[in-house]
Design a protein. Structure first.
Length: 90
């Protein structure tokens, strides 16, 4: 079973969105789907809006649509896009 390293960028729907709640919900959703070693980085975009880069290990045999769909279900997330996907181990 190969593992891939994935980076996903998610954008909140407003500058007032609570990023800590979004991170917590994202971690729970991704762990539920089998991801490991989850880390977060806030990226300033403009006018007080911050995006969140999420880096994690993902089982290669699982479809990546699961990632985006589970993150889009989080309250106050307007978009989720896979920025990088590469084989890490296997």
């Amino acid at each position: 079973m190969a593992i891939v390293a994935v980076i996903v960028k998610i954008f909140p729907d407003s500058p007032d969105a609570d990023l800590s709640k979004i991170k917590k919900s994202a971690q729970e959703a991704l762990e539920k789907e089998g991801s490991k070693n989850i880390s977060f980085e806030e990226i300033p975009i403009a006018y007080g809006l911050n995006a969140i880069n999420i880096k994690f290990a993902w089982p290669e045999e699982k479809n990546t649509d699961i990632i985006e769909n589970s993150l889009l279900e989080i309250e106050h997330v307007s978009s989720a896009k896979i920025e990088d996907y590469r084989r890490a181990f296997g």
